[in-house]
Write a protein that binds this ligand. Sequence first.
Ligand code: ADP
Ligand code: MG
Length: 762
Amino acid sequence: MDNKTISNIVSLAASGGAEGNGISEVFSRVYCAVKNTLGITPYEEQIGAALALSGHNMVQMQTGEGKTLAAVFSACHEALNGGQVMVLTFNDYLARRDYTLMKPVYDAMGVSLGCITADTPREERREQYAKQVTYLTAKEAGFDYLRDFACFEPEKMAFPEKLNFAIVDEADSIMIDEARIPLVIAGDIAAQDDGSTAEVYQKVAGFTEADYGVDEDSRNVYLTDAGADKAEEIFSCNIYDADSAALLAKICACIKARELLHEDKDYILRDGAVLLVDEFTGRAAPGRVFPGDLQAAVEAKHGLKITSRGRIMGNIALQYFLRLFPKLAGMTGTAVQSREEFDTIYGLPTEVIPTRLPCQRTDHPMELYYDQDEKRRAVISAIKQAHEINRPVLVGTANIEESERLSAELEAAGIPCTVLNAKNDEAEADIISRAGEPGAVTISTNMAGRGVDIKLGGADCHAKSEVEAAGGLLVLAAAMRDSSRMTQQLRGRAGRQGDVGESRFFAALDDEIMTRNNLRSLVSGRHYPAEKVSGAIEDKALLKEAERVQRIAEGAAFDERVNLMKYTMIGEKHRSMTFEKRTALLEGTWHSDMWQKHAPEQYAAAVKLLGEEKLRQKQDIVLAALLNEFWCDYLDYTAYLREGIHLTQIAGRNPAEEYNIACEEYYEGAAESLPERMAEKLDELLAAPSPADYQPLMPSRTYTYLLNDTGEEFRRKPLLLNVFSDNEEIADGNQKKSEPAPEENSAKPEKKGFFAKLFGKK
Ligand code: ADP
Ligand code: MG
């Protein structure tokens, strides 16, 4: 912490705050505003944290130390210097809470403040984003970003300005644990089918079981050597060529539609349409379709007309959405454990803020048990002991199932408890805020209740001394999780602001993480118990290895995330180029001249009909719509490419590199075809009964969702990860050729800026 600056700020504040928009001046005025409006005095640690936020760091500040307030200093400083700020909270409840709590301070500072939650109507959002500082979740902001891409009226776009500065609260959760969850926008715009699906379907009729195989867990179809030969003969092509990737995807989709998808199980036919059956509810899900070629393939199977259908119009993982902010800062109670990741992926250095008061929490080392039953017995006995002296207990489990099993056993033993299962933010916040009451037993999965303070003796501290006498809050981490960060987060729930407290950490030899990483193989036989042991395991060597498992898992997950970037960076680059062009068209900062250049005669005819100005507007909107079509095609294509790309290793190539090249080629090729497609649209316009009313294809309805909410797509995410990481290794082993770094790949498209060439430099 920069103590000199901090004391300067405090002394400026003592004389009523200084004028000007430098950091010390603004902070000194915020300091005064906090005192005047909230009646509390900011701690030096909070100023230190705020300075670190303004310096674009990942700030580690323990739970309960007052991060909400620290963010206000930094947000005001940015706002008063002309930059928009989004404070991205963990959930909607916290967005609303922090907005409400801090509003008086912003008001006193003359900084306008907005808040957006899932139920904020579309038409109000623009207004909220136009405020100098806006509180909302990263998810809502990401969805609005995607919606702008499907919007055709610039005045309805959510973000009136470019993204600028985001302060991410509970940053490790949002930037690491949830970072890869893709946000999706889909719309009911027609998919063009050139009739080739029906043709391919006919042609693969002769493929037998010898010609294809099925991926065990993903249920995806791939061709065997025999199948590949057959395909090359029938379609006279080189099937593993990048040029054939779309065909290969289609072939696999057709075989899958024929062999793996069953009427009345996976889908039903109603009124000549294919309706997908939701695998979780078992009901037909109108509006949902099989992704990409698969829908058309099923339609071909039943000789149906290939329909227009809902298509994915855009998607973005939270990680990439956050990377769109030129200025970024984060804050969380647990950052150091993931320091390297914040640095590598987000370019954020980690700064640790000391706690204001010395920590009085006792953290016990991990206790290891033979199996789940033994472990649960130990956890329950710890709860009983605490409960006898009315000491509050918070238990963190690995999942909802385990929470419920534990609660059932406690109920049976006559100990009432509350189980949190992440359904309702607000109800959950209420329960968590009371977790410090005497005798309270609260069971939750690790993540539940983030951002909500647990005060000793209840939300109003009425029984503080009683709880203190019993030893403060006892936290029990009841399973080893994939990262030590999660365990630490849980431990940090006790001992806030110098409170007394204690934490214990229970693991078992059959915890999921132990079996997945094969703990047994890591230790020599004599250290691993041959038969059931009751009570805690004492073997030092085994304990050490068990702890190492967590570090192995952490490393593997990190590598996987970095590895995945090799497949996603290229799409991110393409998306931002496409989005930018489209936004510029709608906002009128850039205009298309493709009709003038590539269809001069029709253009002249159209000018006569509509006049130049009207036609310019038409042309821009038509290109904007075409860019949507273009992007839908790109997403379809790349999705299939990812499914099929693992096959390229058969041909001895590096899948990541291959994938990047194929995406680049597709993008370039499709971009080059735009003038021609635009000319076709102009013909359509001229042929329309009333050219002045000609409208390009637009979605009449869009909907957004998180990819892991849905059935078919849900299965694709793990597939993506498995296929990529596994085959990467194979490819690496086969050929000692070094992997291209993502930067190299993004540098590659320097193929003389095709977009610039095409559209003319702005
Ligand atoms: P964190 O987000 O770091 O876990 P919060 O921002 O939720 O912590 O703050 C925890 C509690 O501390 C809140 O009840 C808040 O009102 C209180 N608090 C924060 N800063 C101060 C302060 N300077 N003086 C007194 N109380 C404070
Ligand atoms: Mg907080």
